[in-house]
Design a binder for this molecule. Structure first.
Ligand code: PRP
Length: 180
Protein backbone atom coordinates (compact mmCIF):
# COMPACT_ATOMS: atom_id res chain seq x y z
CA UNK A 1 0.00 0.00 0.00
CA UNK A 2 2.83 2.41 0.85
CA UNK A 3 4.10 2.22 -2.73
CA UNK A 4 0.93 4.02 -3.81
CA UNK A 5 1.61 6.98 -1.52
CA UNK A 6 3.39 10.13 -2.57
CA UNK A 7 4.16 10.90 1.08
CA UNK A 8 2.87 10.63 4.62
CA UNK A 9 0.93 13.79 5.46
CA UNK A 10 0.06 13.08 9.10
CA UNK A 11 1.91 10.44 11.11
CA UNK A 12 0.29 7.98 13.45
CA UNK A 13 1.89 9.74 16.45
CA UNK A 14 0.54 13.12 15.32
CA UNK A 15 -2.94 11.63 14.90
CA UNK A 16 -2.87 10.00 18.33
CA UNK A 17 -1.60 13.15 20.06
CA UNK A 18 -4.31 15.28 18.48
CA UNK A 19 -7.00 12.73 19.36
CA UNK A 20 -5.91 12.78 23.00
CA UNK A 21 -6.35 16.58 23.00
CA UNK A 22 -9.79 16.43 21.37
CA UNK A 23 -10.91 13.69 23.78
CA UNK A 24 -9.81 15.84 26.69
CA UNK A 25 -11.78 18.82 25.34
CA UNK A 26 -14.87 16.63 24.86
CA UNK A 27 -14.50 15.24 28.40
CA UNK A 28 -14.65 18.80 29.70
CA UNK A 29 -17.42 20.00 27.39
CA UNK A 30 -19.64 16.94 27.97
CA UNK A 31 -18.99 16.17 31.64
CA UNK A 32 -22.26 14.83 33.16
CA UNK A 33 -24.01 14.95 29.75
CA UNK A 34 -23.59 11.26 28.79
CA UNK A 35 -23.39 12.16 25.08
CA UNK A 36 -24.30 9.88 22.17
CA UNK A 37 -21.24 9.57 19.94
CA UNK A 38 -22.24 8.73 16.38
CA UNK A 39 -19.83 6.91 14.07
CA UNK A 40 -20.50 7.45 10.37
CA UNK A 41 -19.56 4.24 8.58
CA UNK A 42 -17.16 3.45 7.20
CA UNK A 43 -14.61 6.25 7.03
CA UNK A 44 -14.77 7.41 10.64
CA UNK A 45 -14.40 3.99 12.29
CA UNK A 46 -10.71 4.27 13.18
CA UNK A 47 -10.98 7.86 14.43
CA UNK A 48 -14.16 7.05 16.35
CA UNK A 49 -12.56 4.05 18.03
CA UNK A 50 -9.42 5.89 19.15
CA UNK A 51 -11.42 8.96 20.18
CA UNK A 52 -13.82 7.13 22.49
CA UNK A 53 -10.96 5.07 23.96
CA UNK A 54 -9.31 8.34 24.99
CA UNK A 55 -12.45 9.77 26.59
CA UNK A 56 -12.94 9.30 30.31
CA UNK A 57 -16.59 10.29 30.69
CA UNK A 58 -19.47 7.83 30.12
CA UNK A 59 -20.69 7.84 26.52
CA UNK A 60 -23.20 5.97 24.40
CA UNK A 61 -21.94 4.67 21.05
CA UNK A 62 -24.11 4.45 17.97
CA UNK A 63 -23.55 3.90 14.27
CA UNK A 64 -25.07 5.20 11.08
CA UNK A 65 -24.37 4.39 7.46
CA UNK A 66 -25.30 6.61 4.57
CA UNK A 67 -24.18 6.64 0.99
CA UNK A 68 -24.17 9.09 -1.86
CA UNK A 69 -26.24 7.98 -4.85
CA UNK A 70 -23.15 6.95 -6.75
CA UNK A 71 -19.99 8.97 -7.27
CA UNK A 72 -21.29 10.90 -10.27
CA UNK A 73 -24.10 12.51 -8.32
CA UNK A 74 -22.15 13.10 -5.12
CA UNK A 75 -21.85 16.79 -5.89
CA UNK A 76 -25.63 17.00 -5.97
CA UNK A 77 -25.63 16.20 -2.27
CA UNK A 78 -28.11 13.36 -2.66
CA UNK A 79 -27.58 10.71 -0.01
CA UNK A 80 -29.47 7.61 1.08
CA UNK A 81 -29.69 5.87 4.44
CA UNK A 82 -28.13 2.39 4.59
CA UNK A 83 -28.30 1.87 8.36
CA UNK A 84 -29.99 4.13 10.89
CA UNK A 85 -29.02 4.72 14.53
CA UNK A 86 -30.24 2.02 16.88
CA UNK A 87 -31.35 4.36 19.70
CA UNK A 88 -33.47 7.49 19.93
CA UNK A 89 -31.49 10.73 20.27
CA UNK A 90 -34.41 12.83 21.50
CA UNK A 91 -33.20 15.15 24.30
CA UNK A 92 -29.71 13.63 24.05
CA UNK A 93 -26.46 15.45 23.44
CA UNK A 94 -25.11 14.15 20.13
CA UNK A 95 -21.57 14.29 18.75
CA UNK A 96 -21.31 13.21 15.11
CA UNK A 97 -17.86 11.86 14.30
CA UNK A 98 -16.56 12.19 10.75
CA UNK A 99 -13.23 11.35 9.16
CA UNK A 100 -13.34 14.29 6.75
CA UNK A 101 -15.54 17.24 5.83
CA UNK A 102 -14.95 17.84 2.14
CA UNK A 103 -17.79 19.38 0.12
CA UNK A 104 -19.82 19.31 3.35
CA UNK A 105 -22.84 17.62 1.75
CA UNK A 106 -22.65 14.45 3.86
CA UNK A 107 -22.36 16.15 7.23
CA UNK A 108 -24.89 18.88 6.50
CA UNK A 109 -27.41 16.25 5.37
CA UNK A 110 -26.79 14.24 8.53
CA UNK A 111 -27.01 17.19 10.88
CA UNK A 112 -30.24 18.30 9.23
CA UNK A 113 -31.71 14.81 9.43
CA UNK A 114 -30.64 14.18 13.04
CA UNK A 115 -31.72 17.66 14.18
CA UNK A 116 -35.27 16.83 13.15
CA UNK A 117 -35.26 14.18 15.92
CA UNK A 118 -35.02 16.88 18.60
CA UNK A 119 -31.66 16.16 20.23
CA UNK A 120 -30.65 18.41 23.16
CA UNK A 121 -27.64 19.46 21.08
CA UNK A 122 -25.70 18.29 18.06
CA UNK A 123 -22.04 18.96 17.25
CA UNK A 124 -19.64 17.81 14.56
CA UNK A 125 -16.25 16.32 15.34
CA UNK A 126 -14.09 15.66 12.29
CA UNK A 127 -10.52 14.43 12.12
CA UNK A 128 -9.87 16.30 8.87
CA UNK A 129 -11.31 19.45 7.38
CA UNK A 130 -10.77 20.44 3.74
CA UNK A 131 -12.34 23.91 3.64
CA UNK A 132 -11.08 24.68 0.12
CA UNK A 133 -13.54 22.09 -1.27
CA UNK A 134 -16.62 23.31 0.56
CA UNK A 135 -19.92 23.53 -1.35
CA UNK A 136 -22.19 23.98 1.67
CA UNK A 137 -21.62 26.36 4.54
CA UNK A 138 -20.73 24.00 7.39
CA UNK A 139 -17.76 23.73 9.74
CA UNK A 140 -16.75 21.08 12.28
CA UNK A 141 -17.11 22.17 15.92
CA UNK A 142 -14.11 19.99 16.80
CA UNK A 143 -11.42 19.41 14.19
CA UNK A 144 -8.18 17.42 14.17
CA UNK A 145 -6.33 18.86 11.21
CA UNK A 146 -7.10 21.26 8.38
CA UNK A 147 -5.71 19.86 5.13
CA UNK A 148 -5.16 21.26 1.66
CA UNK A 149 -6.81 19.76 -1.39
CA UNK A 150 -4.74 16.56 -1.60
CA UNK A 151 -6.18 13.11 -2.29
CA UNK A 152 -5.73 11.76 1.21
CA UNK A 153 -6.09 8.11 2.25
CA UNK A 154 -5.45 6.04 5.36
CA UNK A 155 -6.74 5.94 8.91
CA UNK A 156 -10.25 5.18 7.67
CA UNK A 157 -10.11 7.11 4.42
CA UNK A 158 -10.17 5.01 1.27
CA UNK A 159 -9.72 5.05 -2.43
CA UNK A 160 -11.83 2.28 -3.95
CA UNK A 161 -12.13 0.72 -0.45
CA UNK A 162 -8.34 0.42 -0.12
CA UNK A 163 -5.91 2.03 2.40
CA UNK A 164 -8.46 2.38 5.23
CA UNK A 165 -6.30 0.30 7.59
CA UNK A 166 -3.16 2.45 7.30
CA UNK A 167 -2.37 3.93 10.74
CA UNK A 168 -1.32 7.24 9.19
CA UNK A 169 -2.76 9.62 6.59
CA UNK A 170 -0.95 9.82 3.27
CA UNK A 171 -1.25 11.56 -0.06
CA UNK A 172 -2.14 9.18 -2.88
CA UNK A 173 0.02 9.28 -6.00
CA UNK A 174 -1.99 10.81 -8.87
CA UNK A 175 -1.20 7.86 -11.15
CA UNK A 176 -3.11 5.57 -8.79
CA UNK A 177 -6.43 7.35 -9.34
CA UNK A 178 -6.00 9.22 -12.63
CA UNK A 179 -7.41 7.66 -15.76
CA UNK A 180 -10.01 5.68 -13.83
C1 PRP B 1 -16.62 10.19 2.75
C2 PRP B 1 -16.22 10.63 4.14
C3 PRP B 1 -17.31 11.61 4.52
C4 PRP B 1 -17.69 12.24 3.20
C5 PRP B 1 -17.07 13.59 3.09
O1 PRP B 1 -17.59 9.19 2.85
O2 PRP B 1 -16.18 9.54 5.03
O3 PRP B 1 -18.42 10.97 5.10
O4 PRP B 1 -17.19 11.37 2.16
O5 PRP B 1 -17.35 14.16 1.84
P1 PRP B 1 -18.34 15.38 1.63
O6 PRP B 1 -18.03 16.42 2.68
O7 PRP B 1 -17.95 15.84 0.25
O8 PRP B 1 -19.73 14.88 1.70
P2 PRP B 1 -17.96 8.18 1.68
O9 PRP B 1 -19.30 8.53 1.13
O10 PRP B 1 -16.82 8.09 0.69
O11 PRP B 1 -18.14 6.82 2.47
P3 PRP B 1 -17.09 6.05 3.45
O12 PRP B 1 -17.11 6.80 4.76
O13 PRP B 1 -17.67 4.69 3.57
O14 PRP B 1 -15.72 6.08 2.80
Amino acid sequence: MYNDLDRILITSDQIQQRIAQIANTLDNDYADKNPVIVCILKGSTLFFSDLVKNMKIPVVLDFISISSYGKATKSSGEVKMIKDLSESIENRHVIVVEDIVDSGYTISYLVRMLSSRNPASIKICSLLDKPSRRQVEVAPDYCGFEVEDYFVVGYGLDYDEKYRNLPEIGVLKPEVYSGK
